[in-house]
Design a binder for this molecule. Structure first.
Ligand SMILES: [Mg+2]
Length: 382
């Protein structure tokens, strides 16, 4: 694999030989409800890219029904089709792999993210460097995390917030979308329970009309909310801009932000002051970094992190967060804390509301084959 040519350059020649794809279902600890759905398990896709030299890299995406632009089975089908089309290519040339995948399908960002993530992992492992090193380096050793509170009753939400606070978290997101009155009461109960010790965010997951979003935004302004996420439908950027003008709380776009063009639209329409990015939603590590930098140039801050998911996807976002200046404290990739199980040999160290940036080669983890078998979806569902 490593050959020295006459000029003592190291030449690495590899080809993708096969890709294993594992659809999985892993139960959550308890259940979760937001404005869109209630769920008790996470269906995820893990994949392993093999090369002709026996090296391998792993990737993983954690689709969210209604949130993701495509369904779980559409993403799975796209991964299978893209996988066939990257066999034989150089896994270290990630830009060429992305270009080939773009020529096959124009969108399918979630599927491309899974494959591209595995290529980053593989490249890091081949070169013996962490993924953040492939991105130019890292700016922080530890990353602070943000807790999540579902659409619970005010008392339950307050208890949940206190448990995140006791766990060392200094920020949390409260899901809203059950009506202006109940949402206001939930936010008030949480603020009263945690005092000034936590930064609080709210996320409506597109649940509100423009008028009701403005009513809610004004009703919760006294409770010192740091951002109001995706108040209205993802395509209604004019409506979101209207909410932004009418409400003092900064507005964050999440579902509205998919490919780079959507970010440009949000910037042009002045629809949000903060944007939410995820490696899965943006189509991979490379594009997520590009979009964070584009947002920075427009004076827009970013929040990063998928809410439910496995350690591999989480690690990809940790590396991006470590490498990008324009990522706010309180990253939202706390999926592994909410899952009953995972697929990696060594669980992520997530304690005291923080996670350490890994410096092992690649993403920094290895797949446990037994765990893959344990959580595998039934054959007939594949
Ligand atoms: Mg969101």
């Amino acid at each position: 694999m490593h050959l020295l040519d006459s000029g003592f350059r190291i030449i690495i020649s590899l080809k993708i030989s096969s890709i294993d794809i594992f659809p999985l279902s892993i139960p959550l600890k308890g259940s979760f409800r937001n404005a869109r759905l209630a769920k008790t398990c996470q269906e995820s896709i893990v994949l392993k890219v093999h090369t002709d030299e026996g090296t391998e890299g792993v990737g993983n995406v954690d689709p969210d029904p209604g949130y993701s632009e495509e369904s779980f089975s559409e993403i799975l089908a796209a991964i299978r089709q893209l996988a066939q089309n990257v066999i034989g290519i150089d896994p270290l040339n990630i830009l060429a792999a992305l270009d080939r995948m773009d020529r096959i399908f124009p969108g399918k960002l979630d599927a491309k993210a899974a494959i591209e993530m595995a290529l980053f992992d593989l490249k890091g492992k081949v070169l013996g460097v962490p993924v953040h090193s492939l991105l130019g380096g890292y700016l922080r050793e530890e990353i602070t995390l943000n807790g999540w509170i579902g659409m619970l009753s005010p008392d339950e939400a307050a208890r949940e917030a206190v448990s995140w606070l006791e766990g060392g978290f200094r920020s949390a997101k409260i899901k809203v979308g059950s009506g202006v009155g109940p949402d206001r009461d939930r936010v008030q109960a949480v603020r009263e329970a945690v005092g000034k010790k936590m930064v609080l965010r709210v996320d409506a997951n597109e649940a509100y009309t423009v008028d009701d979003a403005i009513r809610l935004g004004r009703a919760i302004t006294p409770f010192d909310v740091s951002l109001f996420e995706q108040p209205v439908q993802r395509r209604d950027l004019a409506g979101m801009a209207k909410v932004r003008k009418a409400v003092e709380i900064p507005i964050m776009a999440d579902e509205s932000i998919v490919g780079p063009q959507t970010l440009i639209e949000v910037i042009k329409k002045e629809a949000a002051g903060i944007v939410k990015v995820k490696v899965m939603k943006q189509g991979g590590i490379h594009r997520t970094v590009q979009m964070i930098e584009t947002a920075e140039a427009a004076g827009i801050s970013c929040v990063i992190g998928h809410g439910f998911g496995l350690a591999i996807d989480t690690l990809a976002e940790i590396h991006v967060a470590a490498s990008c200046r324009n990522v706010l404290e309180g990253c939202e990739f706390v999926g592994p804390l909410k899952m009953e199980g995972d697929v990696v040999k060594k669980p992520l160290w997530m304690e005291g509301g923080k996670v350490k940036v890994p410096h092992d080669p690649g993403l920094g983890s290895e797949i446990d084959e037994e765990k893959i078998r344990k959580w595998s979806l039934d054959q007939e569902k594949r």
